[in-house]
Design a protein around this ligand. Structure first.
Ligand SMILES: Nc1ncnc2c1ncn2[C@@H]1O[C@H](COP(=O)(O)OP(=O)(O)OP(=O)(O)O)[C@@H](O)[C@H]1O
Ligand SMILES: [Mg+2]
Length: 279
């Protein structure tokens, strides 16, 4: 390649501008506290030349939408990764039905924001969306550090949480509810879910919205998602009741798959883990 060709190539590269559904990678502009726990896994693309391309919507949820993103350096196929972008809605379409019961025992810094959230004004909804995103990012980071199988939390930017995409190729892993395990396979999955619950309980938390819809199955491994409402079992007056409900939801599902899943036993075990860690 001649000097001229090389110059033209680098000129073309420097002229690259993100097109529709693209943006420059948000990694370089985030602060260290807005990034996931160290060590950062080596599959994460951190180059300032990287571009985020929206590949499509994975699912529209009650409070957030999940998009599939590719973060890649143009013309460098080895520098690319897939990310799940969970974007909380701050608009009328958002239904923060979960707020009241979960927020008990939590405090907000700014009283103007507190009043706006309570009123449900546009500003209040935007504040609430940012708080939910922040709460989910913090919960993912702390559970990741404790070794609970959650998607690796890559970044938080305002109302968007970027995390590891759990799936094969562009296909998201199925939710536990969409699978029909039998026999030993079902028993093994229940054991994995109980261990996830123990991981939360040891840190003093209940998931707070656990069901077969918030558990993904990826290559025989169960991964728990949707953590913004993590409930402090001791500090939240609704904590034990929410833990009981989590146990009920998963045990009932596993019983339908033929597993002897005893919810009272599991609940007692988790209360022991939670309070054993404090007293
Ligand atoms: N990291 C991920 N990798 C792959 N798929 C994911 C990931 N996170 C979420 N999903 C998919 O997107 C769906 C919605 O995600 P999540 O449960 O976190 O959001 P939500 O708004 O609370 O949704 P819902 O209202 O359905 O509970 C999940 O059920 C799952 O199918
Ligand atoms: Mg969910």
């Amino acid at each position: 390649m001649s000097f001229f060709d090389e110059s033209v190539e680098s000129l073309q590269f420097s002229l690259f501008e993100p097109g529709a559904g693209q943006r420059w990678s948000t990694w370089p502009s985030t602060t260290p506290t807005e990034r996931g726990p160290r060590p950062h896994p080596d599959w994460i693309v951190t180059s300032a030349d990287a571009v985020d391309t929206e590949l499509g919507i994975v699912k529209t949820g009650k409070e957030a939408d999940l998009f599939l993103l590719e973060r890649a350096v143009p013309d460098r196929p080895d520098e690319s990764c897939l990310l799940a972008a969970k974007r909380y809605r701050g608009t009328e379409t958002s239904d923060f039905h979960r707020s009241a019961a979960y927020q008990e025992g939590r405090r907000m810094r700014n009283t103007r924001d507190t009043r706006a959230v309570a009123r449900g004004s546009a500003h209040g909804r935007a504040v609430a969306a940012g708080q939910w995103a922040g709460a989910e990012f913090v919960a993912l980071c702390s559970m990741w550090e404790r070794g609970v199988p959650v998607p690796y939390p890559v970044q938080i930017s305002g109302t968007e949480v970027l995390m590891e995409f759990i799936g094969d190729g562009n296909a998201a892993a199925p939710r536990l509810a969409e699978t029909r395990p039998r026999g030993d396979e079902a028993t093994d999955r229940f054991a994995q879910v109980a261990e996830i619950l123990r991981g939360f309980a040891r840190a003093g938390y209940a998931h707070g919205d656990l069901s077969a819809y918030n558990l993904l199955v990826h290559r025989e491994r169960v991964v728990v998602i949707d953590l913004p409402q993590l409930v402090d079992i001791a500090a939240n007056p609704n904590g034990p009741a929410m833990l009981q409900r989590d146990c009920h939801n998963v045990c009932e599902w596993f019983r339908r798959q033929g597993v002897e899943a005893e919810e009272d036993e599991l609940f007692a075990d988790l209360i022991g883990e939670a309070f054993g860690s404090r007293w």
